[in-house]
Write a new protein. Structure first.
Lengths: 869, 432
């Protein structure tokens, strides 16, 4: 994962946590705010109680004064106003509190005060003419309110904002001598009331308490309220419809509650309201800015800040640790890459170093096989080819696996003939099966289309691997190879090929099935230690099938055998069915020849450059029968010199050469302008067969490449592709064979046709021509007695090993002369010898030797004929 | 004589003080620079007669930007004229208080003015050069102890939409007024001009002809003493104004009876009737105009059909209207304030073209500064030539004399006296 992505994910997680904290904090703050509002409302109710108590106390004091004055009147000795005020002056103890006795009937609403006017100490007269606080006095007087209180007003005697508690008194008019009514007011500075609310300051610093009447007029006005009427204030600064406005006034006049309003700054404020208990016409308002109730939110932000810093520190720490680890991992990865490069280098080297001598070994062996007339030598040579092929198979497996591991294995789909593919497969495996005495049963669907499209090479590898395994792990019994084709619904252009290989081999334990596809893992290693293989075959097979969209199914019973099967969807290029493959195969088998060149091209010229002279010899000899004119060069410079002056049709250039390698040589060749070979194809010969080589060589400028050891089939196919068509003459197999048959048969002694033990056609096929065949028959007959005696000698000594080796030689020799039944008998006895089956040997060895000697006798005329010559 | 001398002395001192202030006009425009530590904690109380004073409270907020720990509050005193003196010597004296120009020279307020800080003292460092010179009042000693915050005038509110609709221009002289009224009358406006038929200064007759009368008095300043002393012959100076009024009420311009019927007070009713939208011209004083903004939303008619309106001088003169500028309120500082320095600091902040215009704009009164353009509703005043623009103080008329003129126009306007009768009865015309 990239560092940026990790950091982004970390930040995302941090963001999520912070978001959660913020949300949680907000919810808590909201909760706290709600609780704050509830507490504030409770405080309002408490304040109401405190104010009520205070007002009641003050009213009570006022009432005491009034009662005293009125008691005098009731007793028939009413006080004059001066006497009443004098009494109160004596009774009151607090200097800031005044008493005013006002006569509303007087023109100036005048009266007398207990305290002189501050601006004139001689004046005790007081007038309320211009102070409008008595308008509702009559209705207030008739109410049942316990407290009779004026609104806040300016005390005319001292200019102090005050409230006044009042009661009605009856005094004696000095002038008229009659009783008259007056209002006795206990005038208290507003600040006295405010002092009672000082307890609020600790908890609610900015709370403002107001008292309003039902119409919203202030009795006591908080500092923040701007208008003279609270409802006007609300209307001025809060957008509300007439209906909403009505609801607000109704709520405030109707009971206790809390609402959010805007103040003159447009800020949210909390307003709690409750009717004054003792004065039903008054409402207590407690106002506070909303932000004062959410002060605790800042603490959450502090926590959030600390959490953020903590997370950031954690991220930085983790990033640093991660960077250190990444650096170490990077170094480890670098080392691993270096190791991987070393492995690739090793594989490349191994590929090259093994394949180069293998080219010589197998190429020269091929020459031996072609040219040798000696049966034993041919047999040994055959063994060399088999062992070489096995070794090459192992190398190829390793290289394929390295390709797959590197992700460079690609499928190359081409049109191919399934019949030809099956033919190759059966050809490749049948001999191995026969060598182990196993019967190979074929069950090939007649309806398989003639031409399919797919990666023929890889399919062949898959089946070969499965069949090879079946042969390897089956000691007796049979191998059944089945291939069937099925139509695929909705896919008219494709066919489903089902292939299975059933054997009667050792089988696989259920617990080992999982190991089957693990690279380098070999099942039942102890038991199968003598069986060659890398443990890669099934792994490669499974990988190839994966790439083709299939998988290998295995059904196995330990000790009884296994069935390996798979299905492959293949596109169809030609729906014509292949027909009876088994019959066709048998026919081709009978028509098999050792080697036949695909073409002749006597006028074509080929240049091959390789620093190894043996490889050059192999190359030339492999193409001898094509009659090509082949020039050889043992170095890049030598090749360039020939390239500059001689015209060629194809050039083969070895990659790994001392001094100037193939790529350097190619570049110099391409750079030459004065040459007759400017447009001709140049093919790389390489022992490097690991993944990526094709890209490397084509990028370097080669037209194609051919791996060593050279497969003559591939070499001839490649030449057919690149040689000018007019210089190539294809070999017509049937015509040549029939011509050869006629020629050979005309030269063969006639008595041979009468010998039942031999099949002349099979013998010719193995030996190549009649001359070689006759010579082989002579050698066979000449050595028969000696070999038969050797077998008898070893058998008499019960030397089973050497007996078996000699029987093996007899088997091969007999087959090479067309004595097929005798060869089969020898094969059976060879198998018996290999399995220490002395009983069979005892029973049938005599027959074998008898028939062997009889055949030699029947061939005696050939020896006599030679002696005559 | 004593009063006359006192007035003349005051005027001469004012001229001297203004000459001093004029040189620093630019200083008044300079941004306010706090003199004290901005963290200073203090509280100030401003006392006044307004039941609420939102424009001042807006200034408190602006002042808090410089002194965030300050706490200012406005206290409305009942019976202000009688209680302010007591308040100043009481237990909770205000630091700043409102005063009126009429108070100066009145013995009743001598103690009050004794308690005032001398704002013209250079140590106080208040630059009032932005205030129109005619509005500065000083004590006998020549001390400026009060500075005007709002001014007012007498004139008329004009419904501009009606004039636009009828394709008419707002009349600038009496002839045009009569002509416009005729057209409006014929267009269906029963009483093209309306107003409150009240005795007060905001009454329609006063708004119409008092500026004209005041101008005439200024032009005949030699007769001011006679007017103030109620010399019977001096009443003749009222004749031009009374005759113009008589001519006016008898014209089609106004239906006095309709005014009496539909407008029963000189404030609320004037505004609400004007907002009905069918009165082209409504006589009103600046104090009345100040109540229009708040009442726009209270008038259903205006809310439904709002219109543009402006204040103009009444076109009573043949040459045009007269702009008489009266001080509405002044601010004075209590020199015994416990926070005298900060009270002066607030005044220093407030007395600037910007803040005074701002306050006047919010209150919808006429700014005391020389810049009328700040408030569109009063912008037409700027068109009045200096010759016909003056301060009420320039008339030299004392309050009783003014009240006699008011009684005269009230009687003539309502037809209880003829012009001649009113002139003959000058000094003894019954007041309300």
């Amino acid at each position: 994962m990239r560092r940026g992505l990790i950091i982004a994910i970390n930040l995302l997680i941090m963001g999520f946590i912070l978001f959660f904290i913020v949300r949680y904090a907000n919810e808590k703050a909201d909760e706290s705010y709600e609780n704050g509002i509830i507490a504030f409302e409770k405080m309002t109710v408490t304040t109401n109680q405190i104010i009520a108590n205070y007002l009641e106390d003050e009213q009570h004091l006022c009432d005491i004064w009034a009662n005293y004055v009125n008691f005098s009147a009731q007793e028939g000795a009413p006080m004059t106003d001066d006497e009443a005020i004098s009494f109160i002056r004596r009774a009151k103890t607090t200097p800031e509190i005044q008493a005013h006795l006002i006569f509303l009937d007087s023109p100036k609403r005048a009266g007398i005060s207990t305290t002189a006017k501050v601006s004139d100490p001689d004046v005790y007269d007081v007038s309320y003419k211009n102070i409008n606080i008595f308008d509702n006095i009559e209705s207030a007087g008739n109410s049942n309110d316990a407290v009779k209180l004026t609104r806040a007003y300016t005390n005319p005697m001292n200019g102090v904002q005050s409230i006044a508690f009042y009661n009605f008194v009856t005094v004696l008019d000095k002038e008229s001598g009659e009783q008259k009514s007056g209002i006795l007011m206990r005038v208290v500075p507003l600040s006295s009331l405010e002092q009672k609310l000082v307890f609020l300051k600790g908890e609610y610093e900015n709370v403002e308490i107001s008292l309003i009447d039902k119409e919203g007029n202030y009795v006591v006005r908080g500092k923040s309220f701007k208008n003279s009427n609270f409802f006007e204030y609300f209307k001025s600064y809060n957008k509300a419809s007439a209906e909403e406005y009505g609801q607000v006034t109704g709520k405030i006049a109707g009971g206790t509650g809390t609402m959010t309003i805007k103040n003159f700054k447009g800020e949210d404020c909390i307003l709690s309201y409750t009717p004054l208990e003792i004065m039903t016409t008054w409402v207590l308002l407690a106002y506070i800015p909303a932000k004062d109730l959410v002060a605790s939110r800042s603490i959450d932000w502090l926590l959030l800040g600390i959490a953020s810093l903590g997370f950031l520190a954690l991220l930085i720490f983790n990033s640093v640790v991660m960077m250190i680890y990444n650096r170490e991992l990077s170094e480890a990865a670098q080392q691993a890459n270096q190791a991987n490069e070393a492995k690739s280098y090793f594989l490349s080297t191994m590929s090259h170093d093994i394949r180069t001598p293998m080219n010589a070994i197998l190429g020269l062996n091929e020459m031996v096989l072609r040219d040798s007339k000696d049966d034993s030598i041919r047999m040994y040579s055959e063994s060399i080819r088999t062992a070489g092929s096995t070794l090459l198979g192992i190398i190829n497996d390793i290289l394929d696996f390295s390709k797959i591991e590197a992700g460079k294995m690609e499928l190359v789909n081409v049109d191919y003939s399934p019949a030809s593919l099956l033919n190759d497969l059966v050809n490749m495996i049948q001999q191995k099966a026969e060598d182990k005495g196993l019967s190979l049963n074929l069950d090939i669907d007649r309806n398989i289309p003639t031409t399919l499209n797919g990666d023929e090479i890889r399919i062949k590898q898959i089946v070969i691997n499965i069949l090879s395994n079946a042969v390897k792990y089956t000691h007796q019994g049979s191998i059944t190879f089945s291939v069937h084709a099925h139509q695929i619904p909705d896919k008219p252009d494709s066919v489903m090929i089902s292939a299975s290989v059933a054997d009667t081999g050792i089988g696989i334990k259920p617990e080992d099935l999982d190991k089957l596809f693990v690279a380098f893992e070999r099942i039942d290693e102890k038991k199968n230690r003598n069986i060659e293989g890398t443990g890669l075959g099934m792994a490669i097979t499974q990988r190839f099938l994966d790439m083709m969209g299939s998988r290998l199914e295995v059904e196995s019973e330990y000790g009884k055998g296994s069935v390996f099967s798979f299905e492959l969807e293949q596109k169809v290029a030609n729906w014509e069915p292949i027909g009876d493959f088994e019959e066709a195969f048998r026919r081709s088998l009978s028509e098999r020849t050792n080697y036949r060149e695909k073409f002749t091209a006597p006028t074509a010229r080929v240049l091959v450059v390789d620093d190894t002279s043996v490889n050059l010899m192999v190359f030339v000899n492999l193409l001898k029968r094509t009659e090509l004119k082949i020039d050889t060069a043992e170095s890049g410079d030598e090749g360039i010199a020939l390239f500059a002056k001689e015209p060629y049709d194809v050039i083969f250039l070895d990659h790994m050469m001392p001094e100037k390698d193939g790529i350097e040589t190619l570049k110099e060749m391409k750079a030459l302008t004065d040459t007759p070979n400017r447009e001709i194809p140049i093919i790389c010969l390489t022992a490097n067969a690991i993944s990526g080589m094709r890209e490397m060589y084509t990028n370097a400028g080669f037209d194609d490449y051919l791996t060593k050891p050279i497969d003559v089939e591939k070499l001839e196919t490649m030449l057919l592709q690149y040689l000018p068509k007019d210089k190539v003459k294809l070999v017509e197999d049937d015509a040549e064979i029939s011509f050869a048959d006629e020629k050979d048969e005309s030269e063969l002694p006639e008595f041979l046709a009468g010998i039942k033990e031999i099949d002349v056609d099979a013998g010719l096929e193995y030996c190549g021509d009649s001359e070689d065949y006759v010579e082989t028959l002579r050698l066979y007959a000449g050595s028969a007695e000696k070999k038969a005696e050797e077998i008898e000698k070893y058998w008499a000594e019960r030397d089973i090993k050497n007996t078996t080796i000699k029987i093996h030689a007899l088997k091969s020799a007999s087959r090479s002369i067309g004595a097929l039944e005798l060869s089969e008998l020898a094969a059976r006895l060879e198998k018996a010898g290999n399995s220490d089956d002395t009983e069979t040997l005892e029973k049938e060895l005599e027959e074998l030797l008898s028939r062997y000697r009889q055949l030699a006798v029947e061939l005696e005329p050939l020896r006599e004929q030679e002696e005559c010559l | 004589m004593k009063k006359t001398f006192r007035t003349l002395f005051s005027l001469s001192m004012v001229v001297m003080l203004l000459l001093q202030g004029c040189g620093s006009a630019k200083k008044a425009d300079a941004p306010f620079e706090p003199k004290y530590d901005k963290d200073t904690e203090f509280s100030l109380t401003v006392a006044g007669s307004y039941s609420n004073f939102e424009s001042l409270e807006a200034e408190f907020e602006r002042f808090y930007e410089y002194y965030p720990n300050a706490s200012l509050q406005y206290v409305s005193l009942d019976d202000y004229n009688n209680t302010i003196s007591s308040a100043l010597v009481g237990s909770e004296p205000p630091d700043i208080f409102t005063t009126k120009s009429s108070m100066i020279g009145d013995e009743k307020y001598d103690d009050m003015f004794d308690a005032c800080e001398v704002l013209s003292d250079s140590s106080v460092d208040i630059d009032y050069s932005c205030i129109r010179s005619s509005l500065i009042r000083a004590t006998d000693a020549g001390d400026v102890v009060m500075l005007p915050i709002f001014t007012t005038s007498y004139g008329m509110l004009v419904n501009m939409d009606i004039f636009e609709k009828e394709g008419l221009k707002v009349p600038t002289n009496y002839k045009e007024l009569v002509s416009v009224c005729e057209k409006l009358k014929s267009a269906g406006y029963e009483s093209p001009v309306m107003g409150a038929d009240r005795f007060s200064g905001s009454g329609l007759f006063n708004c119409f002809v008092y500026p004209m009368y005041a101008y005439n008095v200024i032009q005949n300043s030699d007769k001011v003493n006679a007017l103030n002393n109620f010399e019977p012959s001096s009443g003749e100076l009222m004749r031009p104004a009374l005759e113009r009024l008589d001519e006016f009420v008898k014209s089609d311009c106004i239906d006095v009876a309709k005014c009496q019927e539909e407008i029963t007070d000189e404030y609320e009713q004037v505004i609400m009737r004007f907002f009905e939208g069918d009165v082209p011209m409504m006589f009103a004083a600046g104090d009345t105009v100040s109540g229009t903004a708040k009442r726009e939303s209270k008038s259903d008619a205006f809310s439904a059909n709002p219109f543009k309106y402006k204040f103009f001088t009444a076109p009573a003169g043949d040459d045009g209207g007269y702009f008489i500028n009266s001080i509405s309120i002044c601010f004075s500082v209590n020199k015994n304030s416990k926070n005298l320095d900060m009270a002066n600091e607030f005044m220093r902040f407030l007395i600037s073209r910007k803040e005074l215009n701002n306050m006047a704009g919010l209150k919808r009164l006429i700014t005391p500064t020389d810049d009328f353009s700040a408030d569109e509703i009063y912008s037409a005043i700027a068109d009045i030539p200096d010759k016909r623009s003056f301060s009420d103080k320039e008339t030299g008329l004392l309050d009783p004399a003014v009240r006699q003129f008011r009684a005269a126009i009230y009687a003539v306007g309502n037809g209880t006296m003829t012009v001649d009768e009113a002139i003959a009865a000058y000094g003894s015309i019954p007041e309300e």
